[in-house]
Design a protein around this ligand. Structure first.
Ligand code: DTR
Length: 340
């Protein structure tokens, strides 16, 4: 009898051990759970990079961390992202800094028409700029990634071939991109990206100024049949984490997050550049979108209009006690460095 009981006990014990070994790490009850908020819909690039970060973190921490993602503004929307993360509504948040130009002055300098050639280069430039200046607006959060879009181009319902075609044209843009449109004589209408879908449908705007992957991801190619290549400026993004949530992480998890910062930024840039190509192929072949490439003479006229923007930014930065000129010089040097 005693022997039978002992065998039974050993059996139960072995089964228990087997079960715990087979439990997937993500289901670990001890896991640190983090809420990650994002503002645009799930298929768009800010959310694609969010899912990639979640996958890498869960894998690299062996299930010590479980990330719950909230795309589409379901937890926090674009304009409330930084404050919402500081308040702890979400542990992590991703936002486009163009929606709060006055709040992210240094990092938004990358949105000036300085010739960032790709999202991959832009993302490295933005990260290094952040690292050098550590602007005050990030003092209450931990920065997990910084990346940019690919260069902005005009997507419109009407064809834009010359500066006169832009006169008074209502185009959606925010922050630095809106200033670029103003300089060309267009009428920039500011709104977060997710609102653009309805604004286009209702005719509130006749197009937009952004990186071109949105032609596919938001199906803008269905209404905007024309693209004018300007390759002018980019939109900078940031991923931030609540400071208390960050401080509560075990040291080995912190190291994994830290090691991912530049890698994630670069990954996102590369993803964006490839996705733009793919989206434009789709737009041309399935949506009959036509592309205007400006002549050299036209392009130099467009560029001339942008000349005053950087000087104006430097002067304004100085009034806020920022080293405007140095910041611009640094961005230009970084563009050179990462373009090689
Ligand atoms: N238009 C810019 C940047 C941007 C480019 N693609 C997406 C996709 C989803 C959200 C934003 C963006 C902006 O509004 O920030």
């Amino acid at each position: 009898m005693k022997r039978k009981l002992a065998i039974l006990l050993v059996g139960v014990l072995a089964l228990g051990l087997l079960c715990s070994a087979l439990t997937p790490p993500a289901a670990n009850a001890q896991a640190v759970k983090l809420k990650y908020a994002n503002f645009p819909p799930a298929p768009t690039f800010p959310c694609v990079q969010m899912e990639r970060w979640k996958t890498e973190v869960e894998k690299r921490t062996g299930g010590k961390v479980a990330v719950q993602t909230f795309p589409g503004g379901t937890l926090l929307d674009a304009k409330n992202m930084l404050d919402g993360v500081i308040a702890g509504t979400a542990d992590i948040g991703c936002t486009s800094m163009a929606y709060q130009p006055g709040r992210f002055i240094v990092t938004n300098a990358t949105a000036l028409p300085l010739g960032i050639p790709s999202a991959k280069v832009g993302s490295r430039v933005l990260w290094d700029l952040y690292e050098k200046y550590k602007p005050q607006e990030f003092a209450d959060v931990k920065v997990l990634a910084m990346f940019t879009t690919a260069p902005n181009n005009i997507m419109s319902k009407v064809e834009v071939k010359k500066l006169e075609d832009l006169k008074g044209l209502d185009l959606r843009a925010s922050g630095g991109a809106a200033e670029v449109l103003s300089a060309w004589g267009a009428n920039p209408v500011g709104m977060p990206m997710p609102e653009t879908v309805e604004a286009l449908q209702k005719g509130v705007v006749k197009g937009l100024f952004s990186s071109l992957e949105v032609m596919k991801d938001f199906k803008f190619a269905e209404t905007c049949k024309h693209v004018t290549m300007t390759d002018t400026s980019i939109y900078p993004f940031t991923v931030i984490m609540n400071m208390k949530s960050w401080e509560a992480l075990p040291a080995d998890v912190k190291k994994i997050f830290d090691d991912l910062r530049v890698e994630q930024s670069e990954w996102t840039g590369a993803y964006m550049d490839n996705h733009v190509k793919e989206a434009m192929e789709w737009s041309k072949t399935t949506q009959q979108v036509s592309v205007v490439n400006l002549s050299a003479a036209e392009k130099s006229a467009w560029n001339a209009k942008l000349q005053p923007l950087t000087a104006k930014w430097i002067a304004e930065a100085k009034t806020k006690g920022l080293a405007g000129e140095q910041i611009i010089n640094d961005i230009q040097a970084l563009i050179k460095k990462y373009s090689q």
